[in-house]
Ligand binder design. Structure first.
Ligand SMILES: C[S@@+](CC[C@H](N)C(=O)[O-])C[C@H]1O[C@@H](n2cnc3c(N)ncnc32)[C@H](O)[C@@H]1O
Length: 245
């Protein structure tokens, strides 16, 4: 169970710290102040997670139970690695019997039991390499991928939405029947075609916003649960087409 760190400060560091005015730009100073005073950042340090993002996955799991029973997990946009840390733990993954494959174009320090590919997920070879790295059928695909910011909000938004869409098609291509897909998206950003595709392939499709996702951020997560399986989704589609004719 995830405990809310709000109001608490178990890392021993005081909240409400200010960064001295100096050479830093005001916006950079504000970012640092927000970071060092963020209770989730402090709690991540205390609990040995590489990023506060860990609590987004844990909070979503607390409500929607996607980690329990997962035997193989693919983590897209994994660096610095807190979701992969959780994935390795829940699958009991080891270097001898790896059950987690992760990808990021940034470097990531090794995590025992995690096969890491440092490459662009949009590289046409990435899907096949991930399938080989996981060495079996995954029952969970998680994507926290966010496109690097360009400063142009709409461009960033569209790029991240594109990543979400490519990740969704990848999930449908690799998941085991009954598996789940979780991906970062933006409020109001999920395209209708993508939602329809997911609804055709999963028994439940919802948007979730964990408490640890900053309220001022438009970030949301798209959760597609209980994959129908490739044949089942195909035959349902054929039946719908036949009924429509
Ligand atoms: C919010 S961070 C992920 C944090 C991670 N879930 C964790 O718990 O540590 C998003 C990551 O997505 C990665 N990313 C964005 N676009 C990508 C792409 N096309 N291919 C691979 N990784 C990508 C970024 O490099 C970044 O490290």
């Amino acid at each position: 169970m995830t405990k809310s760190p709000i109001g608490g400060n178990r890392s021993g560091r005081k909240l409400g710290q200010k960064v001295k005015k100096g050479k830093l730009k005001a916006s950079s100073r504000r970012w640092i102040e927000r970071h060092i005073n963020d209770p989730y950042v402090q709690r991540a340090q205390l609990e040995g997670y590489r990023a506060r993002a860990a609590f987004k996955l844990l909070e979503i799991d607390e409500k929607h139970k996607i980690l329990a029973g997962a035997r193989r997990i693919i983590d897209l946009g994994a660096a610095p690695g807190s979701w992969s840390q959780i994935a390795a733990k829940v699958t009991n993954s080891t270097d001898a019997d790896p059950r987690v494959a992760a990808i990021d174009f940034l470097e990531m320090d090794p995590i025992p039991g995690v096969r890491f590919l440092q490459m662009d997920f949009l590289d046409p070879e990435a899907p096949e390499m991930l399938k080989q790295a996981i060495g079996g059928t995954p029952d969970l695909v998680i994507s926290d991928m966010a496109a690097p910011t360009t400063g142009h909000r709409q461009t960033d938004h569209l790029r991240t939405m594109h990543l979400c869409e490519v990740a969704a098609h990848f999930a449908v291509d690799v998941l085991a029947k009954g598996g789940h897909f979780l991906a970062k998206t933006f409020q109001g950003g999920t395209e209708r075609d993508l939602l329809n595709m997911l609804k055709q392939n999963f028994r439940q499709v919802i948007h979730v916003k964990p408490a640890s996702s900053r309220a001022e951020s438009v970030e949301m997560f798209l959760l597609a649960k209980d994959f129908k399986g490739r044949q089942a989704a195909d035959s349902e589609e054929t039946a719908e087409d036949a009924a429509a004719e």
